[in-house]
Write a protein that binds this ligand. Structure first.
Ligand code: NAD
Ligand code: DAU
Length: 349
């Protein structure tokens, strides 16, 4: 039995995680604390919003007074911490928002949990959801393991690295029962169309240019979001306190090959002539400090906890495209208003 404070549940990964826990564990209570930034959207949770074991609270993880009140009111036994500013490009233009939410927000959550659990840490879990970007950039060879030294390069990854360090500091200093996972790039339904895959799906639908940074040779290791939240479930329930687990897809793609695969599948699904979407590919100025390659070694998670990704990438991408084609109303909502301003500023169009 757990009463869980889940942060950032209205975002991409958070909404999948909320759905999994609400449906799979009816005996748990899930309180979703989300500020509803541009990336948070309660439409992502429509199918579970009336479940008896689920409640939404609008609020900011940097608000320690609110956090103390919520801990007092709900007597949380666990935290699943997903809330963050998550987009690298935005961190280049607005680094302070990332430092505020990702560093100060995580610190405030840790402080509230430490105070609430001071007299009894038994059975409690503070689970911090993090990223492979904390390890920096790989060359053409090698994989990130849990022992890889941190070497973050963007304001986003530096803020996530800082938060990881602070989580570990609370474990070592105060014996707060923490767990951390560092995952590679996710994709799937409800992914906000500022990130490469949903942005390209959206632009192919609307016949707009597909902006590829630099030469398109950067490599990412893609994992279907439902596989990520399944891994979080396994680590939450069977992972060891104080440990870190890498989660990855064993699925490396250069950006250009990935976008070509998207174009191929979308031409087929939209009944367009093969090769027509590829003509939308447009090379644009590279991202500042663009990390060359990420790739995860998830052996520890497989060997110790038995987790493996379930989907082949071509199948996952096909499911993802089908979801976007079936949910154009969602896509239209999230790409109206402020999204247009962001897009013009970022891509100068
Ligand atoms: P997202 O941007 O889609 O969602 C973030 C959510 O956090 C939103 O609902 C937003 O409203 C909320 N939020 C932001 N600031 C807040 C604040 N101050 N207080 C309360 N809520 C706030 O992000 P995502 O892609 O779902 O990522 C979720 C987590 O997973 C992040 O910690 C991210 O670093 C990590 N992660 C993401 C990926 C990926 O590929 N997307 C991969 C590995 C790890
Ligand atoms: O590795 C995990 C990380 O993956 C998460 O921690 C981040 O929250 C998540 O946003 C993601 O970061 P990336 O920077 O790798 O994802 P993004 O989708 O922004 O970019 C993927 C690759 O595509 C990257 O090499 C940059 C490139 N790109 C991106 C955009 C938005 C383009 O070429 N053109 C684009 O327009």
């Amino acid at each position: 039995m757990h009463t869980i404070l889940l942060t950032g549940g209205a975002g991409f990964i958070g909404s999948h995680l909320t759905r999994l826990f609400v449906k799979k564990y009816p005996q748990y209570k899930i309180i979703n604390l989300d500020k509803l930034t541009y990336a948070g959207n309660l439409e992502n949770l429509r199918d579970i919003e009336n479940e008896a074991n689920y409640k939404f609270v609008k609020g900011d993880i940097t608000d320690l007074t609110l956090l103390r009140r919520l801990f007092d009111e709900h007597k949380f036994t666990a935290v699943l911490h997903c809330a963050a500013e998550s987009h690298v490009d935005r961190s280049i233009t607005e680094p302070l928002a990332f430092i505020t939410t990702n560093v100060l927000g995580t610190g405030s959550l840790l402080q509230a949990a430490k105070e609430a659990w001071a007299s009894d840490m038994d059975g409690k879990i503070f689970y911090h959801i993090s990223t492979d970007e904390v390890y920096g950039s790989l060359g053409e060879e090698g994989l990130f393991t849990e022992e890889t030294a941190y070497d973050p390069r963007s304001p986003y990854s530096a803020s996530k690295a800082s938060s990881d360090h602070i989580v570990r500091a609370f474990y070592h200093t105060y014996k707060l029962p923490v767990k951390i996972s560092n995952c590679s790039n996710n994709y799937g339904p409800y992914h906000f169309p500022e990130k490469l895959i949903p942005l390209c799906i959206h632009n192919i639908i609307s016949n707009k240019p597909l902006p590829i940074y630099g030469k398109g040779e950067n490599v990412r290791d893609w994992l279907f979001v439902e596989d990520h939240v399944r891994a979080i479930d396994v680590i939450f329930h069977t992972g060891k306190i104080g440990e870190t687990y890498n989660i990855g897809g064993h699925n490396e793609w250069t950006n250009i090959c990935l976008v070509r695969e998207l174009c191929r599948q979308m031409d087929e699904k939209l009944g367009r002539e093969n090769g027509s979407s590829e003509k939308l590919i447009t090379y644009v100025t590279d991202r500042a400090g663009h990390d060359l390659r990420y790739a995860i070694d998830a052996t520890k998670l497989k060997d110790e906890l038995g987790w493996l990704p379930s989907l082949q990438f071509e199948e996952g991408i096909s499911k993802t495209i089908d979801w976007y084609l079936a949910n154009t109303e969602w896509l239209n909502h999230v790409t109206s208003g402020d999204y247009q301003k962001y897009y013009q500023k970022q891509y100068k169009v």
